[in-house]
Design a protein around this ligand. Structure first.
Ligand code: ZN
Length: 153
């Protein structure tokens, strides 16, 4: 079952366009068995701030990277968990790039190169060119191949 309905995709696309030329990021939480209560939360991409204060460790700015504050994410997930909701999707955009799951994306989704930080969560990547959504793709962890594979949307 796809974790996203058209309504959530529309909201995410809107977010991606508004943040252009920077990457947007956010999450979708909802009931584990259906999508009727799905909710999209926009998160703040703190990558520009990280890049400004520590350019040696954060070489990219928010045009080619995203970073969500651990505190912001934990608050949203705690709130979702208290309602019995699950963390369905983590989304981000690729301004002027295609909707692939990059090496950096893979690195950020894993603890030690082989364990997903959020095992049941899928990753949506939205490609935006010239402030228009061009493409999107959903990726999920395959424990057998130990890679993120493209899932049907
Ligand atoms: Zn990416």
């Amino acid at each position: 079952m796809t974790p996203l309905e058209k309504k959530q995709l529309d909201e995410i696309h809107q977010h991606a366009v508004e943040e252009y030329p920077f990457e947007c990021c956010g999450i979708v939480v909802g009931h584990p068995k259906h999508n009727k209560e799905n909710k999209v939360y926009r998160c703040k991409n703190i990558q520009n701030k990280l890049h400004e204060t520590d350019p040696e460790n954060f070489t990219r700015d928010a045009r080619t990277a995203y970073n969500i504050s651990a505190l912001e994410l934990q608050k949203l997930l705690d709130e979702a968990g208290s309602k019995g909701w699950v963390f369905k999707v983590l989304y981000h955009s690729h301004p002027e790039h295609d909707a692939y799951f990059s090496e950096e994306d893979t690195k950020m989704a894993l603890f030690d190169g082989e364990s997903p930080i959020y095992p049941g969560t899928q990753y949506l990547v939205v490609s935006v060119y010239s402030k228009k959504v061009r493409d999107q793709a959903l990726f999920g962890w395959n424990p057998k191949t130990k890679t993120f594979e493209r899932n049907p949307l």
